[in-house]
Design a protein around this ligand. Structure first.
Ligand SMILES: Cc1ncc(COP(=O)(O)O)c(C=O)c1O
Length: 477
């Protein structure tokens, strides 16, 4: 089992500095461009720096340490070969201002990745410009706006169910829309009557995640599609997490007009950690002319950048997107081939296996429909009432067991929610270990659980204070 190391690790600038000065005399840099004084960075040996970061990494927990079932985040193990290929000099040494004739191979990868994503989702065209899921949602909202504006329709409302990820209403609002939230029914799916009530000639789009964030598949999706389109609105698919439906169902076939994907979840780049992401947006034909420029097209055996799109919303970032994340997704998809369906089947099986074992333990409640997809949400409200244990306490105690906690308090409609997404890359032994830890915590002395974590380098912190008072650079300490 993983154990957090605990070092009293100083900042780099507090380590003993080298006596010799940092050289600013590189012969490769022209005289007039050289600094007159050394840069103000710590003057250390390579070995000191490596050991510093290695020690820090041992005080941390990552997907390489063990199970990381952070619901709605898809922290799965990603094959290292994808990282390896994305790091090839042929890709990393390209400059975005190079002439397109000099990076044909990279354009071919982007073109072919677009074709693969079209097949997987049933959409007609993709752009790779957005750098994250939320960025993709924002672009999606700009497309919705441009579409209605061109048709001369004044539609300013976006409908969103109460299970939606927080970025959905935020993106809609940022794009200038009014957000209307509708409640879910007792099954945990869209309440069609509530939807009918708010649909009108003011509705611009309905944003939906399917399976939703409760891990439940919206099986009335074709009715929803009919209702939304009859009202003259568009249907938006939050495909941040595609694990559950890969190779089985497609948003395009469900009638969605726009979808965003998180390549940094489903397709071989880890989510979280602040690294580069990619939130490609796919659309049906009716929205293709609104996509950002440039589009990558194939002319004969050449790949070209096409800026000539009549109704483009323009650009939402520089150049073509986070290319290395796209390369990882491309390698992953080529490796998986038709086996991509296994991702969906195994991630759904793992999720239901864990859910069923936890349910049988009798400590946790499982509101809404029983059969889940890739993730499930359980409530520890009863443990709160009977033993004074909150979801937060249970999550913190898992750290003492050497396990990464799940997502908690989301979605908001479940009291004391714990949201678990095991993913397809965990073994049965790992799933069992996680379930056993949760059951053991529920049986423990509540005082021990409430005072956890005790075995981590940093103990329980005031999270609200930490969020409101961020220290972003060492200079602020
Ligand atoms: C359902 C859902 N939608 C959207 C997002 C936003 O993605 P990102 O974090 O890349 O902005 C997430 C992120 O976790 C998500 O789970």
């Amino acid at each position: 089992m993983y154990r957090f190391a605990s070092f009293d690790e100083p900042l780099l600038n507090k380590l003993p500095q080298r006596k010799t000065k940092i050289s600013t005399q590189s012969p490769h840099i022209p005289e007039k461009l050289r600094r007159s004084s050394p840069p103000k960075i710590p003057n250390l040996e390579e070995q000191q720096v490596v050991r510093h970061f290695f020690r820090l990494s041992q005080m941390n927990y990552g997907i390489e340490n063990g199970t990381y079932p952070l619901g709605s985040c898809t922290m799965k193990y990603n094959p290292k070969v994808c990282e390896d290929v994305a790091g090839w000099r042929e890709f990393t040494d390209i400059h975005p201002y190079q002439d397109e004739s000099t990076f044909q191979g990279t354009l071919q990868i982007l073109y072919e990745l677009e074709e693969l994503l079209k097949k997987i989702t049933g959409m007609d065209a993709f752009t790779f410009q957005p750098s994250a899921g939320a960025h993709g949602e924002f672009l999606g909202m700009l497309l919705v706006r441009a579409y209605h504006e061109l048709r001369g329709e004044d539609r300013n409302e976006i409908i969103i169910p109460d299970t939606a990820h927080g970025t959905n209403p935020a993106s809609a609002k940022m794009a200038g829309f009014e957000v209307i939230e509708i409640p879910s029914n007792s099954e945990g799916t869209v309440d069609l009557e509530a939807l009918e009530k708010v649909l009108s000639d003011r509705t611009a789009a309905f944003m939906l995640t399917n399976p939703n964030t409760l891990g439940i598949f919206e099986d009335r999706i074709l009715d929803i599609e009919r209702m939304v389109h009859n009202a003259g609105a568009l249907l938006y698919y939050d495909g941040a997490n595609l694990n559950a439906i890969l190779g089985i169902a497609r948003p395009g076939d469900m009638g969605f007009d726009i979808v965003h994907l998180n390549l940094h979840k489903t397709f071989a780049t880890p989510h979280g950690g602040g690294g580069p992401g990619s939130g490609p947006v796919g659309v049906k034909k009716l929205l293709e002319d609104f996509l950002p420029v440039p589009r990558i097209r194939k002319k004969g055996d050449r790949y070209i950048l096409d800026y000539d799109l009549p109704h483009t919303v323009g650009k939402i970032r520089d150049f073509y997107g986070n290319i290395e994340v796209c390369i990882k997704a491309y390698v992953y998809l080529l490796m998986m081939g038709r086996r991509i369906r296994d991702v969906a089947e195994i991630s759904v099986l793992n999720s239901n296996y864990m859910k069923e074992k936890l349910k049988r333990s009798g400590f946790f409640d499982f509101p809404h429909r029983d059969l889940k997809k890739h993730e499930f949400v359980m409530s520890c409200q009863r443990l709160k009432e009977e033993k004074g244990l909150r979801a937060l306490d249970i999550a913190k105690r898992l750290l003492d067991y050497g396990l990464y906690p799940p997502t908690i308090y989301f979605p908001l409609i479940v009291k004391e929610a714990i949201m678990i997404e095991p993913t397809e890359t965990e073994t049965k032994e790992d799933l069992d270990r996680y379930v056993d830890a949760l059951i053991s915590i529920a049986e423990e002395d509540p005082d021990i659980v409430r005072s956890s974590p005790t075995k981590t380098p940093v103990k329980r912190i005031d999270e609200a204070y930490a969020v409101r008072n961020e220290i972003l650079t060492w200079k602020d300490i």
